[in-house]
Design a protein around this ligand. Structure first.
Ligand code: C2E
Ligand code: MG
Ligand code: MG
Ligand code: MG
Length: 285
């Protein structure tokens, strides 16, 4: 094992790292079992049009109900699943479950225009993603444009060529594409144009201290202008208060998502949210 030789040896065997490595191995083994035991759940967070007040979409966010550890957030287990490759079957489950839910909402007349699903750069860099999306669409019977695939700029760090191929094929299927966490990654402007996505999501780190940090406010403004010049829908993530909402409105941002509207909700709660939603509530504010 190359990692155990040479310069890495001291760092590799530090007690803290050994403990963390063991923890990751244990969590990964649990996750492998979790996939077959229905311990994963999708929560959904609404996206609201800043001008009409309507729900334009929801984002599906995976949760893991661990039998002993309780609810685990994706930030804790997705990176582990990416390293082990488990993110591929996990991602397939997410796609199928989200499409099944979209179909149920459609049948009830409640489906928002689009439902967004996050995919890992690891999924994108392997060939099977397109087939998985195709299967999920066919099995659920939803229209491809009801599904939006969120990718992050970091895929350029993996197999860029295969990733570009996957993205092109996804577009052929007719699903929508979104760039998540925009501004934190590596993409050039030319790259953004080349991808021809539909949606740009401004990372919440820029949105959060927008009101107090004029540098971040300038970045948000610039990203909105960039998105609009490329004809993209611009979504601000992590909107937590009305000051941020009004500022985004003054900057002509299209859509907001964040705790101000709602935290991510279990499917049943999201169904109630969709049933009783009143657009006017957000226009008055
Ligand atoms: P993301 O896709 O950028 O999702 C937004 C994250 O911000 C979510 O965290 C959401 O709960 C959180 N958030 C939403 N509104 C607010 C707000 O107003 N304030 C703050 N502070 N946070 C807010 P979550 O659910 O823990 O997900 C974290 C990340 O894990 C996601 O970031 C995404 O990159 C990844 N992830 C989630 N679900 C999946 C999945 O099904 N597959 C893959 N590959 N990754 C996923
Ligand atoms: Mg996302
Ligand atoms: Mg994001
Ligand atoms: Mg994120």
């Amino acid at each position: 094992q190359a990692k155990m030789q040479g310069r890495g040896i001291l760092r590799f065997f530090s007690p803290e790292l050994t403990r963390r490595a063991k923890e990751r191995v244990a969590l990964n083994a649990d996750l492998r079992r979790a996939l077959g035991r229905e311990e994963l759940r999708l929560h959904y967070q609404p996206q609201i049009d800043l001008f009409s007040g309507e729900i334009v979409g929801v984002e599906a966010l995976v949760r893991w109900q661990h039998p002993e550890r309780g609810m685990i957030a994706p930030g804790e287990f997705i990176p582990i699943a990416e390293d082990s490759g488990l993110v591929v079957p996990l991602g397939d489950w997410v796609l199928h479950e989200a499409c099944r839910q979209i179909k149920a909402w459609s049948d009830a007349g409640l489906a928002p225009r689009k439902t967004a699903v996050n995919v890992s750069p690891v999924q994108l860099s392997r060939g099977q993603l397109v087939q998985s999306v195709k299967d999920a669409l066919e099995q659920s019977g939803i229209a491809p444009a009801q599904l939006e695939i969120e990718i992050t700029e970091s895929f350029v760090m993996l197999d860029r060529e295969q990733s570009f191929k996957s993205i092109a094929e996804l577009k052929t299927l007719g699903v929508r594409l979104s760039i998540d966490d925009f501004g934190t990654g590596y993409s050039s402007l030319g790259f953004l144009q080349q991808l021809e996505v539909h949606t740009l999501k401004i990372d919440l780190s820029f949105v959060h201290d927008m009101a107090t940090n004029s540098g971040n406010a300038s970045i948000v403004k610039a990203v909105i202008a960039l998105g609009h010049s490329l004809d993209l829908e611009v979504v601000a993530e992590g909107v937590e208060d009305e000051v941020q909402m009004r500022l985004l409105r003054s900057m002509r941002c299209d859509v907001m998502q964040g705790y101000l509207v709602s935290r991510p909700l279990p499917a049943d709660d999201m169904t109630r949210f969709l049933t009783s939603f009143e657009p006017a509530a957000y226009l008055r504010r």
